[in-house]
Structure formats: structure tokens, C-alpha cells
Design a protein around this ligand. Structure first.
Ligand code: PMP
Length: 426
């Protein structure tokens, strides 16, 4: 594709687009082409993508199989917009999701299509939990990220994001996440709040959590902690909502991030990579007994994006056997080993490694928080797209496509190490 000088410049965005833009500041180039784990800017420079659309591109950019299905569907004049009317493709998706994902895991959920983004599924989950229990409080956790609309923002930890609400964010209580207290005593703290009748905590409708906190700094909860949380939910009749918007769809090595913990949430939120091709889509999984919605009680115009549903159905083929899951497990060992080596080889970073599967980070230690941003900036100059996470943006966050091959993975890790070396002036 030939582009003009104007199209290659960031000036247009600075001139016309709101100050709110963020990624175009971190990665100040104009991009126009992408394939698999690679992305190119208009100067023809190639980048390895360790960001994967913030987790919306688990199967890589422009996945061939999904592209073929979408193009075929468009060329046949398939229904593109349908609200929640019955369409052939929606039916196919529901059948395949049940056969490939739910049944083999012995899970029983009704599938709700909320609006097409992560925050939409979270909003629907909070609403249904309150409706089911008749309670108002929702317990969330420190450093949680659940979205930017008022309900999901009310269960999000980050104060910069919360301040943007402009109204009080009520009816929620934040408890310490597993990794928040160094001695891992957070579960006892939560238990005491629930059991002590003087705690001031009105019994909550639900507990919402990410099994690995993405935006909050790649904090991975232990399976024991998750099991304890589930027990508390059962004892106090609170619904357990797992926000798998970022950690789901294979990101941690299993389709749902909570599988290895052996827990069974009442509600599961999925978005980002459920649409497979980077197209907007979200679903909320609800245990049948809690599916007490009245028809249309929660709705939205864009709940039936057929192109996303077509891609989503094809994406489920990756879960018909264990190939992808096995390769994620194998490659995640490579990432972890490399991160551990980096932390050992560069003690000035005061770094620690974090995460699970393909959701991993290097947290730069106290006094070195600003290194993460510098490392990502330098990596970008060297042809790697990678971002930071955490309350002080202190974590270098790996979120590559699950389909990346060893060559791409190692090349990206090499660039990352070169960037670290440069920032530390070795
Ligand atoms: N939940 C989690 C765990 C997320 O990571 C995100 C997005 N980063 C959201 C919800 C919100 O998703 P969206 O930006 O699509 O509204």
C-alpha cells in the first residue's frame, strides 16, 4: 500500500483527535498492515507484536481461517446486523460453544450477548447478581480492572480512572487481592469482614475478580486463594463473577483462566479474543438458575455482530484439540525462563517475574518503577510493541499472540533484552 506523507504523520491525530488517546502516544507511528505476530508502519518498518490488541488478538492479526470465513459470509450477503434476532451464524456459534467449550469442561451456562465490549459484559454481570440476590454491594479487589463505564469503574481500583467518573462510585467494597499483602493474609482479612457482625460490611451480592490481573500489574492469584474465595461465596450466598475478559480465551494456557483452580463461577465475563479476529464481541455466561432476566431487561443495539460471531465460531476450532493449549504451555516456559534470566542478569532492575501462561510480566522494583516505561519505549524504537501495566506502570507486560512461533517469540524476547540493556546503560 502506498501512503502519502500526510498519512505517515501523527499530526492528523494530534490535530483532530481528543486528548484521551493513549496508545498512539506510546506507539507514535501510523500502522497499516498486520499479519500473525507482525505489524508494519507506513514507513515499512516491521514490529513484533507482544501486545496483541490488549488481548483481543490471541489468534494473531488477520488469521487466515477466520478471514476466509468472514469474507465468504460478506460475499454471500449474510446478515451483518441482527440485534439478538435468530440468525444461522448465531445458532452455529451457540452450538459450537456448548460442544467445544462447555460440555467437555462439564460446565452449564446460559449465554448472554451484552453489548460488544468488555465493560458491557461486566455491567451485565453486576446487574444480574444484584437482581438475583436483592443485595447491592459488590466486592472487588485492589488493582482490579473491569472497564470504564460507571458500574465496571466502580469495581476498578485505579484512582486515575476512578477520578474520571465525576460522580461517587458507590455500592462496592474493595478487598485486598491475593498478592496485595506480602504475607498472603488477604483471605483472612476478607473472612473477618464477612464474619464479624461489627465490620460494617453489608452482605455483598457478588464478588468479582480476575484470576490474573491484567491492567493491575499481572498479579496472579494462587489456586488456593481462588478456592477459598469460592468457599466464602458459597457460605455467604454471594455470586462469584470471574472477569475473564483478558485472562480468558486461552491467554493463561486453558480456555478459561479458572480451570486449573477447579472452581466454578456463577457468572463469567468474556470479550476481547472471543471475537477471534479483533472484532467487537462479548458474552456473559450465567448459571441457568441465575438467568432471571426479563426479555429485553438488559439490551443493546450491537449484540449481534455477525462478522464477529463468524470469526468467533471459527476461533473455537482451536479448542477442538489440545494443540494450541499445549503449545501455549510449552512457549510460556520459554518466556518465564527468559524473564527469570533477565531478572538475574540485570539486578539493577530489582525485578521480579509475574503471571501465568501468556500473561507475564517483569515488575521493576522499588525506585526503578519508571524503567518499565523506558524499556517499552526503547523496545518500540527497536521494533517491538509491548506495554506496561500496574498502578505505577512499573510492570513490563508480555501479551503476545498465542499463535506466535518460536522464532518470533525469541526474536521479540531478544529485542526486549536489548532494550533493557540500553536503558540500564550496559
Ligand atoms: N475486564 C478486564 C479484565 C479487562 O482487562 C478489560 C480491558 N482491558 C475490561 C474488562 C474492559 O474491556 P473493554 O475495554 O473492552 O471495555
Amino acid at each position: 500500500m502506498v501512503t502519502t506523507k500526510e498519512q505517515n504523520s501523527m499530526e492528523t491525530f494530534e490535530k483532530h483527535e481528543s486528548q484521551v488517546r493513549s496508545y498512539s502516544r506510546s506507539f507514535p507511528k501510523v500502522f497499516h498492515k498486520a499479519k500473525g505476530y507482525k505489524i508494519w508502519d507506513t514507513d515499512g518498518k516491521e514490529y513484533i507484536d507482544f501486545f496483541a490488541g490488549a488481548g483481543a488478538l490471541n489468534y494473531g492479526h488477520n488469521n487466515d481461517k477466520m478471514k476466509e470465513k468472514i469474507v465468504e459470509y460478506i460475499m454471500e450477503d449474510g446478515i451483518s446486523h441482527s440485534l439478538d434476532m435468530g440468525t444461522v451464524v448465531r445458532g452455529k456459534f451457540l452450538e459450537k460453544f456448548s460442544d467445544v467449550i462447555l460440555k467437555p469442561r462439564k460446565l452449564d451456562y446460559k449465554v448472554m450477548f451484552p453489548g460488544p465490549t468488555g465493560t458491557n459484559t461486566v455491567e451485565s454481570a453486576l446487574k444480574i447478581a444484584r437482581k438475583v440476590t436483592g443485595r447491592t454491594n459488590i466486592v472487588s479487589f485492589t488493582n482490579a480492572f473491569h472497564g470504564m463505564t460507571l458500574g465496571s469503574l466502580s469495581v476498578t481500583g485505579n484512582s486515575f480512572n476512578r477520578d474520571g467518573a465525576g460522580v461517587p462510585l458507590n455500592n462496592t467494597v474493595a478487598m485486598p487481592y491475593d498478592t496485595f499483602m506480602e504475607d498472603h493474609s488477604s483471605i483472612d482479612y476478607f473472612k473477618q469482614y464477612l464474619s464479624n457482625t461489627g465490620s460494617g460490611l453489608d452482605l455483598p451480592a457478588a464478588v468479582i475478580l480476575e484470576t490474573v490481573q491484567g491492567e493491575g500489574g499481572i498479579n496472579a492469584a494462587s489456586f488456593e486463594w481462588l478456592q477459598e474465595i469460592e468457599k466464602l461465596c458459597r457460605r455467604y450466598e454471594m455470586l462469584l463473577i470471574i472477569d475473564d475478559v483478558q485472562a480468558g480465551c486461552g491467554r493463561t494456557g486453558t480456555f478459561f483462566s479458572f480451570e486449573p483452580a477447579g472452581i466454578e463461577p456463577d457468572i463469567v465475563c468474556l470479550s476481547k479474543s472471543i471475537g477471534g479476529y479483533g472484532l467487537p464481541m462479548a458474552i456473559t455466561l450465567i448459571k441457568p438458575k441465575y438467568d432471571v432476566w426479563g426479555p429485553g431487561e438488559h439490551n443493546g443495539t450491537f449484540r449481534g455482530n455477525s462478522m464477529a460471531i463468524v470469526a468467533a465460531t471459527e476461533a473455537l476450532s482451536y479448542w477442538e484439540n489440545n494443540d494450541l493449549a499445549d503449545s501455549v504451555k510449552e512457549k510460556s516456559k520459554v518466556i518465564q525462563a527468559r524473564f527469570e534470566k533477565i531478572v538475574r542478569d540485570y539486578p539493577e532492575l530489582k525485578g521480579t517475574t509475574r503471571g501465568r501462561g501468556f500473561m507475564r510480566g517483569i515488575a521493576c522494583g522499588e525506585g526503578k518503577e519508571d524503567y518499565a516505561g523506558k524499556i517499552c519505549e526503547t523496545a518500540f524504537e527497536k521494533g517491538l510493541i509491548i506495554e506496561t501495566a500496574g498502578p505505577s506502570s512499573e510492570v513490563v507486560k508480555f501479551l503476545g499472540a498465542l499463535t506466535i512461533d518460536h522464532e518470533g517469540l525469541n526474536k521479540g524476547l531478544d529485542i526486549l533484552e536489548e532494550a533493557i540493556e540500553e536503558v540500564l546503560n550496559h
